[in-house]
Design a protein. Structure first.
Length: 636
RNA sequence: GCCGACGUAGCUCAGGGGUAGAGCAACUGAUUCGUAAUCAGUAGGUCCGCGGUUCGAUUCCGCGCGUCGGCACCA
């Protein structure tokens, strides 16, 4: 007897082993049709597998997240089958499901063209119509290697060779085609449905290593039904309109040109946003007990050699020279901060010492990495280094996390992804040092109640790091805030303090930034708000627009009053219809239009119109000034 | 850096081996108007750069530069 517990808690008894298909059919014909896979005691398996002992089983359909992921994985397989049918000399490599879709990496001498994508998509639909049964087989390792080598699938053979001996080698057959795969899979290609679309072509290195050959990756998206697919495509279109590069141009915030790749020309409006953010963050740092410094832009390579950066990052540093000495344009502020720390003798009483700098840094990022404001070669961070004792790491980390939360909340980011990156393969410092650093950070995050996901091996060469990640309009993640515990640099640059015991000790350095670079953070802000920045950040807060020239003089009065109230104001006295002015400033994302005509001039009032709204509010000028001043004030 | 696509007016884009096209913006003039486009006119181009093929190249070919999408990288 086999007793199967279903998700609703009910238990079904069967005489013996039963397959998922049979189970689904026993529950109902609708479910049998919708069934894609099953979950036995939490393990996802093919429907054709037998349930042999008492267990908790749920039938997975495309309404489940697991089902959708399976569907996407199958889409990758169907695409691979289509590709090999159309382009027989192509080798398949790997093809997983990813967020919103799937990809498959192919090895082929000829590049795929955008036209090929259409052909492949058509062929995929054909394969779905064929409704090929998907069958799992377990093969002998040696046979599998021999088979894949025999048909010229060298990458697959290499994959099998790399699998642990304990792992069974499974292949999935669909029609005449088969692929090495761990599974599970849908029962047949027909279950995939047709709510998929091939999206883009890209190069990708075999096994993610730039030393390996480059494969051709085809990305696709796949959904449970046409409606979901359409919604997703519409969402993408909308997201494109939020792209900070597009809005930056439309809103006249900044530009980048080829004579200064990866460096930003901030226009007056963009620079106003930048300055607002900077004075806000400066206030927060003052409140949190930081001191601000400023250090040289050009520093002798000797210092970078001592710090260890020269060895690891020489290739990405801009170097100049003077009197036969190599001078590096600073890629970061930390070694300079240690130089200030090292002036005079530090006592344990001086710690923690929180040293901030808005220093302009330059890194020669690979050309292919450059991306609008998000990845630049010249940038400024809200950078600071906290020199503290090992005992203080926990409390300093905790208060940093609290400060970061306050700041992110003020900018409207309430949900932030946090990654914990631990020791990388190539690193400085002993394992004991890394143990201490990693533990200290982990304890501090626990104390601050911060959840994170592990990002194994991605720490900085001198220490583990916490990364605070924000998402752009089309779902790309960018590291903004960071905290890195560094036990190495103080050693290398000989920083010390006199302890309570009268002996000399090494301080710990916490490298930390909240916004990360101003450039990237502004990029994220623009996308997050689709250009409609909060009042305190928006470059132009109020436009005073006249209805006819009769009100010109009064409009100037209004603008002056609002300016005195600390607002960023312009007047629009042009001989244009009010409709025209409203449209233009609305498209320019000006949050408040103060309309003044003959009536307002006589009564000394203004008609305030909010962006996106279609009614107005008539207020006495003095009251309007008071109210807008309060509304436009930065967060307290 | 690697793979692919793309590069035409300030912007968005069409075109195509034979003197370069639209809309918006700009400029000029008229219009004084009540909450998302008033009308008319004018001007605007090394068709990314260099080389080749051709009687003739913005168009075809090659190389370079840049942009975009991924990959790799990200102190």
């Amino acid at each position: 007897m086999v007793a199967i517990t279903l998700p609703d808690g009910s238990v079904r008894q069967f005489d013996g082993a039963i397959t998922g298909e049979q189970l689904a059919a026993s529950i109902g014909p609708g479910l049998a049709k919708a069934a894609l896979a099953m979950k036995i005691d939490g393990q996802l398996l093919d429907l054709a597998r037998a349930i042999e002992k008492d267990s908790a089983v749920s039938i997975v359909t495309k309404k489940d997240a697991d089902g959708l992921e399976l569907l996407r994985h199958d889409a990758a397989h169907v695409m691979a089958e289509a590709v090999q049918e159309l382009f027989p000399k192509t080798q398949v490599t790997i093809g997983p499901a990813i967020e919103n879709g799937f990809y498959y990496d192919f090895a082929r001498t000829e590049p795929f063209t955008p036209d090929d994508l259409t052909k492949i998509e058509d062929k995929m639909r054909e394969i779905v119509d064929r409704d090929e049964k998907i069958i799992r087989e377990v093969w002998e390792r040696a046979d599998a290697i021999k088979y894949f080598k025999g048909i010229g699938e060298d990458y697959k053979a290499e994959l099998i060779e790399g699998l642990p001996a304990s792992e069974p080698i499974t292949v999935y057959k669909q029609g005449k085609w088969l692929d090495l795969c761990r599974g599970p899979h849908l029962p047949s290609t027909g279950k995939l449905g047709k709510a998929f679309k091939l999206m883009k072509l890209a190069g990708a290195y075999w096994r993610g290593d730039s030393k390996n050959e480059m494969l051709q990756r085809i990305y696709g998206t796949a959904w449970g039904d046409e409606k979901q697919l359409k919604e997703y495509l519409t969402m993408l279109e909308e997201a494109e309109k939020r792209d900070h590069r597009r809005l930056g141009q439309e809103m006249d915030l900044f530009h980048i040109q080829e004579e200064a790749r990866g460096a930003v020309f901030w226009h007056p409006k963009g620079w106003t946003v930048y300055r607002s953010i900077q004075s806000y963050i400066r206030r927060r740092l003052d409140e949190a007990g930081y001191v601000e410094v400023n250090t040289p832009m050009l520093v002798d390579s000797v210092l970078w050699q001592k710090s260890g950066h020269w060895d690891k990052f020489r290739h990405a540093m801009f170097v100049s020279e003077s009197e036969e000495r190599a001078l590096a344009i600073k890629p970061m502020n930390c070694p300079c901060h240690v130089q200030i720390y090292n002036q005079g003798i530090k006592s344990y009483r001086d710690l923690p010492l929180r040293m901030a700098e808005f220093g302009a840094c330059h890194r020669n990022e690979p050309s292919g990495a450059l991306h609008g404001l998000m990845r630049v070669r010249a940038f400024v961070q809200d950078d600071a280094h906290i020199f503290c004792t090992e005992d203080q790491v926990k409390s300093e980390t905790k208060s940093f996390i609290e400060l970061l939360r306050t700041v992110y909340k003020d900018f409207g980011f309430n949900e932030v992804k946090v990654k914990f990156s631990d020791r990388p393969p190539v690193r400085a410092g002993s394992d004991e040092t890394w143990d201490r650093a990693e533990n200290a950070l982990k304890e501090a995050t626990a104390a601050a109640g911060l959840d994170w996901e592990l990002n194994p091996g991605e720490g900085a060469f001198y220490g583990p790091k916490l990364e605070f990640v924000l998402r752009d309009a089309i779902g790309r993640d960018w590291q903004c805030g960071t905290l890195q515990a560094d036990f190495v640099l103080p050693e290398r640059l000989d920083a010390e303090y006199v302890g309570e015991d009268g002996a000399k000790h090494r301080p710990v350095m916490l490298h930390r930034a909240i916004l990360g670079s101003f450039e990237r953070f502004i990029g994220i802000l623009i996308e997050n708000y689709a250009g409609k920045l909060p009042l305190w950040l928006t470059p132009l807060q109020v436009v005073v627009a006249t209805i006819t020239s009769d009100a010109n003089e009064y409009a100037a009065d209004v603008a002056k009053t609002l300016q005195k109230a600390g607002l960023r104001v312009e007047t629009d006295l042009r001989n244009e219809k009010i409709n025209y002015k409203v449209r233009e400033h609305s498209l320019g994302k000006v949050p408040i239009i103060a309309v003044v005509g003959k009536k307002e001039a006589e009564e000394r009032t203004v008609a305030l119109r909010r962006l996106g709204g279609n009614n107005q509010e008539i207020l006495a000028l003095a009251e309007a000034a008071d109210r807008l001043r309060a509304e436009c004030a930065p967060p307290a």
